[in-house]
Design a protein. Structure first.
Length: 266
């Protein structure tokens, strides 16, 4: 895909993120009812209203495009373009008034994410990019770290319980024993830290939905990094997320293969 075709969407995504930030900030700090969805994840009026507005803006500008959002599902269009929306990634952080949540927007072409964006409305940071255009933080090109050894790496996780012995946690636990530092900032903020070179490795072992991670492959690629599942693929059905610079990613893949061949933790 030509970089000109991808980059033509950048101003529109910036507009979407600006509007989403206005809505999210208007709700932040208020006492909001928190509902539980079928998967036990929380949702608030802020999540729903943000997605409603984003969908309306997209439909007005690109009526033939499909849209898939966390709160309102799929609207099928006639073109090969599809927008993926997560209005508040980190609703738990939003409810706790911890400002590390963000709005995720990805754009697919024929089922492949080609452009990604994360906006942190309280921090006023916009990360946007693709393999074709590069990745930018508030308009400045950013790159993954150059850390070459796990022993010197900072690893980010979302849920501290991923460090407890449990089937599926084996790789996270193995990596935690090898890296220099582990921090639990989590959700999209961890991927932002890796893409911008502030952290070296983001690991999430399970339960990720497509809208949680659709922006990450193009964002990491544009920053010179790699995003994949634990088997090295882009099989989003696995619900896993691994982001790193290429050298660390290759090292993690070697460890993952060894861990897979060992007996699972009980």
């Amino acid at each position: 895909m030509k970089s000109e075709e991808v980059s033509s969407f950048l101003p529109f995504i910036e507009k979407l993120q600006e509007r989403a930030g206005q809505i999210v900030r208007s709700f932040y700090g208020q006492t909001l009812a928190v509902e539980r969805k079928a998967d036990d994840s929380p949702v608030t009026r802020a999540d729903r209203e943000t997605e409603e507005v984003l969908r309306a803006i997209i439909e007005a500008r690109y009526p033939s495009h499909s849209i898939y959002g966390e709160e309102y599902g799929e609207k099928r269009g006639s073109s090969g373009w599809r927008w993926i929306l997560d209005p508040i990634d980190g609703t738990k952080s939003f409810v706790l008034q911890t400002p590390l949540f963000g709005t995720l927007i990805a754009l697919e072409r024929d089922g492949i994410p080609v452009l990604g964006s994360i906006h942190f409305p309280l921090l006023e940071r916009l990360l946007i990019g693709s393999a074709e255009t590069g990745t930018f933080l508030n308009g400045v090109a950013c790159h993954v770290s150059t850390t070459s050894e796990l022993a010197e790496a900072t690893m980010i996780i979302t849920d501290p319980r991923d460090l407890l012995p449990h089937p599926g946690h084996e790789l996270v636990i193995s990596l935690a024993s090898r890296v220099r530092l582990v921090r639990g900032f989590g959700d999209c903020y961890g991927y932002f830290l890796v893409a911008s070179g502030l952290a070296d490795l983001m690991v999430e072992p399970k339960n990720l939905q497509y809208y949680d991670i659709a922006p990450m492959p193009p964002l990491l690629a544009g920053a010179g990094g790699v995003f994949s599942a634990f088997d090295g693929s882009l099989d989003f059905r696995l619900g896993q997320g691994l982001a790193a610079n290429p050298r660390l990613h290759a090292e993690v893949m070697a460890i993952a293969e060894k861990v897979t061949n060992q007996s699972p933790l009980g």
